[in-house]
Design a protein around this ligand. Structure first.
Ligand SMILES: Cc1cc2nc3c(=O)[nH]c(=O)nc-3n(C[C@H](O)[C@H](O)[C@H](O)COP(=O)(O)O)c2cc1C
Length: 264
């Protein structure tokens, strides 16, 4: 499936992690649309997504209750990857974020949930029928979020802080900002809006006239979630906004601490 860049570009600033849902079941047309994007947005054979309507609250009942308890979602989407692929985390991030942006464009709430303390991985794996070499890396609830952020949502992880981003100047090295072409400016602004686990914003961007290299700030795995997964999410944002400016590029996956280079 080609990236529906205008639709996903518009969804990037609208997406926010939502953790309270009003339990309204998804309509058959919405379920069909989500199933279609899960099946068809498959840029890498080693990463896939499955819609789950069975026991979403059970899957989302994490061992640790304090961070990001999600309630009332009528469905969730599991992001499943091949454990033998060294680049599986970035592939999951890139693929999953496409599906999350499509759900956002449909007016639905989502929230990346990763790390084995925060959802029941074993249960999710048995529901999706994960293969021996497969693991559910993350899930997202999907559904109608309650209209206003609930008090609980606001208090949970410091509402403002959870959505605040570092300035681009802290994240970017290389070519002087005055020399960035239009597509690059748009792509970096979109990358900065990418969600990341505990809002850690681990992505760093090195810019040259013909491209952007994404790296991680450190290779530590914190919260049981690889920072390369966060980088995969930012990679999709970069590509969506480049396409929206009429610029096509190609990703080359790289070894740590670099993650990937986007060349136009
Ligand atoms: C890989 C990943 C895992 C996440 N895991 C959780 C989680 O377990 N629980 C939760 O409430 N939020 C989780 N989040 C959501 C982040 O806290 C959120 O994206 C970040 O604070 C930025 O806020 P925003 O998404 O509203 O822009 C996760 C995000 C990512 C990208």
């Amino acid at each position: 499936m080609e990236i529906p860049f205008a639709r996903w570009h518009a969804a990037i600033p609208l997406r926010r992690s939502r953790r309270r849902y009003n339990r309204t079941p998804l309509e058959p047309t919405q379920l069909a649309q989500l199933q279609t994007v899960c099946r068809e947005f498959r840029p890498y054979p080693q990463a896939r997504a499955e819609l789950i309507t069975e026991a979403p609250d059970e899957v989302l009942r994490g061992v640790v209750a304090s961070y990001g308890k999600v309630k009332g979602a009528p469905a969730l989407i599991a992001f499943i990857g091949d454990i033998d692929d060294p680049y599986v985390n970035e592939k999951i991030g890139y693929t999953g974020e496409g599906i999350i942006l499509e759900a956002t464009a449909m007016g639905l709430g989502t929230c990346w949930v990763g790390g084995s303390m925060f959802f029941r991985r074993g249960l999710a794996e048995s529901i999706v029928g994960a293969g021996e070499k497969e693991k559910v890396f993350a899930v997202t609830p999907v559904g109608r979020a309650v209209k206003n952020f609930s008090l609980e949502e606001r208090v949970m992880i410091g509402f403002g802080l959870a959505h605040r981003r570092k300035p681009l100047a802290e994240l970017v090295t290389g070519l002087d900002e005055k020399e960035w072409p239009r597509w690059m400016k748009a792509a970096l602004k979109a990358a900065r809006l990418a969600p990341s686990a505990v809002n850690r914003q681990p992505w760093r961007f090195h810019v040259e006239p013909n491209g952007i290299t994404v790296s991680v700030d450190s290779s530590l795995i914190e919260w049981g979630i690889s920072k390369r997964l966060d980088c995969g999410i930012a990679m999709l944002h970069i590509e969506v906004d480049a396409l929206d400016c009429g610029v096509k590029g190609k990703w080359e996956l790289l070894e740590a601490p670099r993650v990937a280079k986007f060349t136009v």
